[in-house]
Design a protein around this ligand. Structure first.
Ligand code: SAH
Length: 216
């Protein structure tokens, strides 16, 4: 579990690539540059590719999101230090680490027990402190609501009502919406208790947000 100068150099290159793709949020770029992504990929044989701008398998049929996508979603959240953030789809914990590096307080929900168990051990080992929950992201975390920001890191067939309800007025939900393997990234701002403004921000490809409990 080591970070090295070589890894740090590769991360600088990755950041340059993400900048070329249009991300200019300095804090997001700093977070990507500081986080040892290879340590979030369980298969050591893939570590040499960890700083390519690609998704990789993390077990249980899931993937660690592409760094550009992580940067894009994080930028859309317009994070402020100490924002209370709900993440749906903890997965490897990489996006969780990026949110934490932005100075936010993170609550993250994962549906697959094997991933939940692994990431719950990994994050504190790497010095990241998030509140992690094993459960159904469609339901959010009503007992900890409301949240300043909510990010969904799997493709949702529709926008879950429970997540909208758990957003503060003025809060932002970033969620890729669509069936199969193609989703539209949506940024939804809660203007008032029952008033929302939605912006569509391009096509992405995510693993699906699971309806039924996954098999481990
Ligand atoms: N942010 C993660 C992305 C992982 S992929 C990372 O960077 O590694 C999406 C994750 O969402 C997977 O781990 C998957 O198991 C999880 N997921 C799918 N459906 C879910 C649901 N209903 N509730 C919570 N998590 C879910």
């Amino acid at each position: 579990m080591k970070d090295t100068y070589r890894h740090q150099g590769l991360r600088k290159k990755l950041v340059q690539e993400i900048v070329k793709k249009g991300i200019c949020n300095a804090e997001v770029l700093r977070a990507i540059e500081s986080i040892p992504r290879h340590l979030f990929i369980p298969d050591n044989a893939l570590h040499k590719y960890a700083y390519e701008d690609k998704a990789f398998p993390i077990g249980s049929g899931q993937t660690i999101s592409q760094p550009y996508t992580v940067a894009f979603q994080t930028d859309l959240l317009d994070l402020k230090p100490r924002n209370k953030v709900l993440e749906i789809g903890t997965g490897s914990g990489y996006q969780t680490a990026v949110l934490l590096a932005m100075g936010t307080k993170v609550f993250s929900v994962e549906r697959q027990k094997a991933l939940f168990d692994r990431t719950k051990l990994l994050l504190p080992k790497l010095g990241y402190n998030a509140k992690l929950f094993f459960g159904d992201g469609y339901k959010g975390l009503p007992e900890f609501a409301p949240f300043d920001k909510i990010i969904v890191t799997a493709g949702a067939p529709f926008i879950p009502e429970d997540l909208l309800a758990q957003l503060k007025v003025g809060g932002i939900l970033v969620i890729p919406v669509g069936e199969d393997n193609e989703q539209i990234m949506k940024k939804i701002v809660k203007l008032a208790a029952n008033e929302y403004q939605t912006e569509d921000l391009g096509q992405f490809r995510f693993v699906p947000l699971l309806k039924e409990k996954g098999r481990d």
